[in-house]
Design a protein around this ligand. Sequence first.
Ligand SMILES: Nc1ncnc2c1ncn2[C@@H]1O[C@H](COP(=O)(O)OP(=O)(O)OP(=O)(O)O)[C@@H](O)[C@H]1O
Length: 589
Amino acid sequence: MSQFSKRSSSLSSLSRWFFRGQNRAQNCRHLCRLTESVEESWEPMKGLVKCSANHVPLSPISFLERAAKVYRDRKSVVYGSVKYNWGETYIRCVKLASALTQLGIARGDVVASLAANIPAMQELHFAVPMAGAVLCSLNTRHDAAMISVLLQHSEAKIIFVDYQLLHIAQGALDILAGKNTKSPILVLIPEFDNLSPDDATSECYNYKNLLDMGHDDFVSRHPKSEWDPISINYTSGTTSRPKGVVYNHRGAYLNALATIFLHEMTSMPIYLWTVPMFHCNGWCLIWGLAALGGTNICLRHVSPKQIFDSIVLNKVTHMGGAPTVLNMIINSPPSDQRPLPHKVEIMTGGAPPPPQIISKIEELGFRVSHLYGLTETYGPGTSCIWKPEWDTLPSEKRLELKARQGVQHIGLEEVDVKDSVTMKSVPADGMTMGEIMFKGNTVMSGYLKDTKATEEAFAGGWFRSGDLAVKHPDGYIEIKDRLKDIIISGGENISSIEVETVLYRHPAVVEAAVVGRPDNHWGQTPCAFVKVKEGFTLVAQDIINYCRDNLPHYMAPRTVIFEDIPKTATGKIQKFILREKAKALGSLF
Ligand SMILES: Nc1ncnc2c1ncn2[C@@H]1O[C@H](COP(=O)(O)OP(=O)(O)OP(=O)(O)O)[C@@H](O)[C@H]1O
């Protein structure tokens, strides 16, 4: 029986899971040797030539170069009154790349950014690789201490800083100076190319100067190999300290194309940025939009009113957002909402979307697609591909199907749910749990400077996600929990996602999260954190009774805490904070 079959796991089997990891590094090294010997024995057919005519390392840089010709006069970016077309964006990127090389940036150097969803972020995604360098876009919610750690770890030579985040970056550089560590050069990004007097007198470089410095005949440094790194993305830090995930040009190219397919985008879409551009390079869509000559609509601050206004004003066709963004839209006051002039495709992912949220956002005129992935898979890795025959099913069944994480996208070779010890696929019975594993060209190159973590992640020749799921008879996967989030009570596995789904059905609940509270008798008991809708009053017993009416009793929360729920900048609930709070309560029994 699988280690994670629904009602049979115990705490000891969970720890076995971790300890088997020690053998994984060995498996991984064995696998690499096998691969080498296969390549040695291959002989090419006579007369075939691999040359520049038929082989170019894949890189998203080529999307921009083509867009500058094919979509030259189409808008590439809109940010309030700032508008550039693809011809202008291309020239700006060439000049910026040229300026970076003048500042001494060489192939493989790291250039960091700390900025909101503004046009400079789009430009840096092309200009930095065009200078042969590696972009490290940092989470805008980090504090100075964390930014200093990430700058030191990535060894960034330059950091581009949004003027609104200057104090954070400056604080980080002060910390580095205090440690006698070499600081990166700071380049200030003002709100507009016209500098304010304050910006002009600042001692650091600024974005405008750099553009002026750059030459428009600079020849881009395309990658020598498509395996060359293009970006470093630190994970969200939802469960632990952020890890530096390295992407290469080939993976970025393929995932950008796969993601535009997932969004069902056709030529020249209009995309509203509510997904942070720093998160997995905007799920690789910054590059993907260039492939289609799309328009990037930038918003500095995301609010439901701005989203609705922008959709109407800019004729937005597509947008993306974590389930928390969707939840924010549906719970916004009617005065902030506007009737949608057309169907807007909205891609959600990053956390499990409760079916109730999907239902309500669709009532507002959006069409939801659901994707799943990790920073390690360049963002999107699977999608719940919709089948037309499902359209006529009862609403509850349709939502249940759409909340599943689905199947691999075209950029990946395989996604499977496996027993993490035996590496056997779990049966497609919708019941037996295993770990989601990935294989293919859109899996990270590895963790920066962390060989041990990289080997463990790839042990057995698959990338191990740490997410627990079941596989349904139609091959679609459904996440039950993160390995670190599953609650084990009296030897039973409790999926926090299943309990949360029931909580979201309660008419007075806006947001909910469930974690394990340590318990002397049961090991853990479910503890729910609940945010109640304005105008409603609930007591803990209301929630407990509701869950007991809709779930097996052992899954119902024993503790309920009413409060706001902490989230990361990418919209993920910070369960580690909630776990600390639950732990501080002590044992219930
Ligand atoms: N559609 C989805 N449904 C359920 N969970 C999802 C979905 N999309 C993403 N996730 C969750 O998000 C995780 C990936 O998050 P990400 O790579 O952004 O950083 P993180 O894992 O939260 O950070 P850290 O590893 O530092 O804790 C997945 O492993 C999964 O648990």
